[in-house]
Design a binder for this molecule. Sequence first.
Ligand code: TXA
Ligand code: MG
Length: 328
Amino acid sequence: MTTQIAATATPNDKRQAVSRAVDLLRAGEVVALPTETVYGLAADALSAEAVVKIFETKKRPRFDPLIVHLPELAWIERLAVIEEKARPLVERLMARFWPGPLTIVLPRRELVPSIVTAGLETVALRMSAHPLFSEVVRAFGRPLAAPSANRFGRISPTAAAHVMEELSGRIPLIVDGGATEHGIESTVIAIRLGGIEVLRAGPITREEVAKFAEIRVRDAVRTESPGQLPSHYRPQTPLLIAEDISQVAAPKGKRYGALLWSATPFSDTFVESRRLSTTGNLREAAANLFRQLRELDRARLDCIVAEALPEEGLGVAIMDRLRRAAHR
Ligand code: TXA
Ligand code: MG
């Protein structure tokens, strides 16, 4: 199979890309689409045969459930049960954060094929704010299951070219929407016993969720998201996290690269370096994270050293990704 990248720069290109994507989805195929977080690998969420292709394409283990992306708000009640006690909170969260990078885990309804939820009695739901994604899912008229469009365990794609690196020859189409805005995957929360549990840190910080919902935010004690494995987002090059990167010395003859937050690059230690943000901005750092990791991973290094970021606000989600990328 040859993988095509569909441009969307002109209105005509965009129209063609959207209709091509919708045709393929109707035919039960998988298609890579941009979202505001990372690129997703989408298929008809209500068709088990289409969803199987997502798992096969990514080589994703079947125990790892997928996020379902809604075409319209009204779909939520067809796919999930909103208990009366939880309703005011769910509605306030939806009103504030949807469409956007927040995924809500709720009890599932029968309509959702069990392959989507990996046999769980809950389903993860989100509504993307990306104009191309929303156009495709609305035109398709049914919910789309979409994980990040990378091979399992690898770095999530934030540009069409990254999807090409990951899945070339395995999917028919990548809709090119340019670089994604947030650069890290959505925040995943579960609503349980009137409280919110953060299952995956993301662009919407726990402070934002807590403030808005006026509830106690409690971290899941065990790994509730089966996909939240200790090793994930893994570059091929070994990755280390350094609290004080100025103390790092590359062994003689070894090529070390640096992913920097606040330190100035030391050309005597590092043969390559990238800076997550030039202004100390965590949003910019998140948006650059996966692209810069990919660039460093291609630089034939023996080791990538990432400087630790402050674990506040978005820094929590960035450090979560770095720790998983560093885990072997
Ligand atoms: O930003 C995003 O969320 C991107 C874009 C494409 O929407 N999608 C994404 O999907 O990151 P994926 O499959 O790479 O990550 C989904 C995460 C996994 O950690 C999975 O275990 C968790 O959501 N998840 C899915 N369904 C769940 C459920 N019912 N209960 C708990 N966790 C769930
Ligand atoms: Mg993923």
